[in-house]
Design a protein around this ligand. Structure first.
Ligand code: RET
Length: 252
């Protein structure tokens, strides 16, 4: 299957990875440099946003290298390169970044100390569980096993979505008027971008395999990662700025 990619598909995926390395590196610098512009209570959220894109920057670098090693271009056609493409980088990345994304969303809401600890622990724990349950299915040979882990992983997924929708709506109501639409945008962006992952996971299970599916999967995950990390981070930054201003903080 791997050697059947067209040169166009191989290059398209390579270029997406390369683009993402640049996006994640630039996003990291931006978030960390802008940290001093927001009021002190929001600085931890900015630090974490930058950590998320930094972790992704590293992993996309490794993913890019692994992609290059997995194929060889011989006389303009794509052949197997002798090494297998390492899917584990994505899962290790998600295991670290998805809980951090939950924590930054809670931090920027600036709830009471107990509520912050309670909600952040709950959401981050569920996020880690969701990813950990997904991996055994991703590497499973048997469709039945893969599907069983999909179902197991969907349980924390659904609880997270429910918590973001219902459990947080009362906390969102308490946000300052100026910040509300942005906080809602961050919640909805999370729900929509996150839906992509469990859907794509099902591809091979419903018989979508081969070079087209592989190209779609790699490009799709990459776009979803940019949205869920960098675009989401920009929203977190805007929320932090808006709330800082509303609380009388003057940017440096
Ligand atoms: C898996 C396994 C199948 C079931 C579910 C999954 C969910 C994955 C999600 C990943 C989110 C990743 C993000 C990355 C950050 O940039 C693990 C594919 C529910 C929701 C947000």
């Amino acid at each position: 299957m791997e050697a059947e990619l067209s040169l166009f598909q191989y290059n398209l995926v390579s270029n997406f990875f390369s683009f993402t390395i640049a996006v994640m590196a630039a996003a990291t610098l931006f978030f960390w440099l802008q940290r001093s512009q927001v009021a002190p209570p929001y600085r931890a959220a900015m630090t974490i946003t930058g950590l998320v894109t930094f972790i992704a920057f590293y992993h996309y670098f490794r993913i890019f290298e692994s992609w290059e090693a997995a194929y060889a271009i011989v006389d303009g056609s794509v052949q197997a390169g002798g090494k297998s493409f390492n899917d584990a980088y994505r899962y290790v990345d998600w295991l670290l970044t998805v809980p951090l994304l939950m924590i930054e969303l809670i931090l920027v809401m600036r709830l009471s100390r107990e509520e912050t600890i309670k909600k952040a622990t709950w959401l981050a724990g569920l996020a880690a569980l969701m990813i950990a349950l997904g991996y055994p299915g991703e590497i499973a040979e048997a469709t039945g096993v893969a599907f069983a882990f999909w179902v197991l992983s969907m349980i924390p997924f659904v609880v997270i979505v429910y918590t973001l929708y219902v459990g947080l709506s009362e906390a969102v109501d308490r946000q300052p008027e100026e910040a509300k639409p942005l906080v809602n945008a961050a919640r909805y962006l999370t729900i929509v971008a996150w839906l992509f992952y469990p859907l794509v996971y099902l591809f091979p299970l419903i018989g979508l395999e081969g070079p087209n599916a592989e190209t779609f999967l790699q490009v799709g995950y990459t776009i979803a990662d940019i949205v869920a990390k960098a675009v989401f981070g920009v929203l977190i930054y805007m929320i932090a700025m808006r709330k800082s201003e509303a609380e009388g903080h003057k940017p440096a």
